[in-house]
Design a protein around this ligand. Structure first.
Ligand code: BTN
Length: 251
């Protein structure tokens, strides 16, 4: 059953003990015309990651999807994904976790993980979905999967959690901070890329990006005003859009 309550941010919260996927529930609400709702579940039975991957969602995580109706063209939607990554990074840092952002939208702990040198363990991923016209979106769902009060052994891949890094953290306070920061960032979209840049683990690194069009290798030098990654390659600068990135590794 859903429980609705209000937080001190401009979102109404719809809380569930379990859902297949908060993104799916958020999409339903969005299609019904809702806006500024945060759908949260304690666990998901069919959590979805980027590129059709599964997302492990045991009890104790922050599995949350934001229903938004921004008055913007689709090209600006990646900024909302970056804003979510910034908001989670800040909430994690305030909880004492040494978090940083891996382009395009992963929050990682650079010094955690399996010592392979592949650049840290994952703390959070973001899955953004939208519907609308070329000139203007109708709705956007920003799905945030933050490993908060969970055991990394229950998660797939090279993952960590707030609990594993610093011990217990009150989940409700964490959610509140993420929503407050997200609110601040979306009200000042011009500041999002700068905030992202300041927290980026990717910039200045040598990277290989697997794209739908082949691999791009070089130095990650910047992000554009819409959040695309600029890679300095042997053949000059290439701009990679988040939607075209299948995988990024630092080399
Ligand atoms: C990724 O692949 O890195 C993105 C993971 C996104 C997971 C979150 S959890 C809340 C929301 N509901 C889902 O089914 N997925 C997103």
């Amino acid at each position: 059953a859903a429980v609705a309550f209000e937080l001190d941010a401009d979102f109404d919260v719809e809380y569930h003990d379990a859902l297949p996927s908060t993104n799916d529930r958020a999409r339903e609400l969005a299609a019904d015309g809702a806006s500024d709702v945060a759908v949260i579940a304690d666990r998901q039975t069919g959590g979805r990651g980027r590129r059709g991957r599964e997302w492990s969602s045991p009890s104790g995580g922050v599995w949350m999807s934001l229903v938004l109706r921004p008055d913007v063209p689709p090209a600006r939607v990646p900024l909302l994904t970056l804003a979510a990554a910034v908001a989670v990074t800040d909430a994690a840092r305030e909880a004492g976790v040494d978090a940083a952002i891996k382009w395009p939208n992963d929050v990682i702990v650079p010094d955690a993980g399996d010592d392979s040198g592949r650049g840290g363990a994952k703390l959070c991923g973001v899955l953004t979905e939208m519907e609308g016209e070329a000139s203007r979106v109708s709705w956007v769902v920003v799905g945030i999967g933050a490993n908060v009060d969970v055991d990394p052994d229950e998660l797939a891949g090279d993952a960590t959690s707030v609990r594993a890094e610093v011990g217990d953290v009150p989940r409700r306070a964490f959610v509140q901070r993420v929503l407050e920061r997200f609110d601040e960032l979306r009200s000042d979209p011009a500041g999002i890329v700068d905030a992202w840049r300041e927290r980026a683990a990717t910039l200045g690194e040598r990277v290989r990006v697997e794209t739908t069009d082949g691999d791009i290798e070089g130095d990650a030098v910047d992000v554009t005003e819409y959040g695309a990654l600029v890679v300095d390659t042997e053949d000059g600068e290439r701009v990679v859009h988040a939607g075209d990135c299948q995988h990024l590794r630092t080399t």
